[in-house]
Design a protein. Structure first.
Length: 211
């Protein structure tokens, strides 16, 4: 089954800083990417979460693009499930409760799709001075006052998996995201793989437990 994501164009408007209601509608497998932390070069398997933002800015204006669609914000994670990793910390904060012992062993990453949360967004100036980055610096459960009045989600939900790539979805990605995925060794392995050969995806994190 394929998942299709609307192309919102090339103009990107950063989400305003502050606390926002958000819905996760996409998870993207980035493959193994080179990282550099404090001068230490490494290679990590990574994934990207994508949220759509709902609500108004400080002036009461809807937080939307020029097309009237929700603004989006993303965050990349190293695909590790250890207790010190940012992925697990953010998911636990999102749930608002600790994972059980069974859930700590494996987690179904697909279960976050179509789930709502509150995102704390902070701005960081771009080095070239051309604008700001909108960074997700905190995730919490939806505040009680909003739980019974959530809006309708806008974007279709789906996961992009390198091992079985949905090329219709891939074509909706921007140039930089496409190039990032294409640099991953997993992408090359899939391109070279015989078409009949099956492959697992996110197998080390899958389970049937709900988020």
């Amino acid at each position: 089954m394929s998942f299709y994501v609307e192309d919102t164009g090339t103009t990107f408007t950063p989400v305003p800083a502050g606390l926002h209601l958000a819905r996760c509608y996409r998870v993207i497998d980035l493959g193994t990417q080179e990282t550099n932390y404090e001068g230490k070069r490494d290679f990590k398997r990574q994934i990207k979460f994508v949220w759509e933002i709902h609500g108004n800015d400080d002036d009461g204006n809807p937080i939307v693009t020029g097309k009237g669609e929700p603004l989006i914000v993303t965050k990349d994670y190293n695909m590790t499930w250890n207790d010190k990793g940012t992925l697990r910390k953010d998911l636990q904060a999102w749930r608002g409760k600790a994972f059980t012992e069974d859930e700590q062993r494996r987690f179904d990453i697909k279960s976050i799709l179509d789930k709502w949360c509150m995102l704390n967004i902070a701005h960081k100036p771009k080095k070239n001075g051309s604008g700001v980055y909108a960074n997700v610096v905190g995730i919490t459960p939806v505040v009680a006052a909003l739980k019974n009045s959530l809006p309708k989600g806008h974007n279709k939900c789906g996961i992009f998996m390198i091992s079985e790539p949905d090329m219709d979805m891939f074509e909706t990605f921007g140039k930089y995201l496409k190039e990032t995925i294409q640099k991953a060794p997993e992408w090359k392995a899939v391109q070279d793989r015989p078409k009949s050969e099956p492959a697992g995806v996110f197998d080390d994190m899958e389970d049937d437990r709900p988020f």
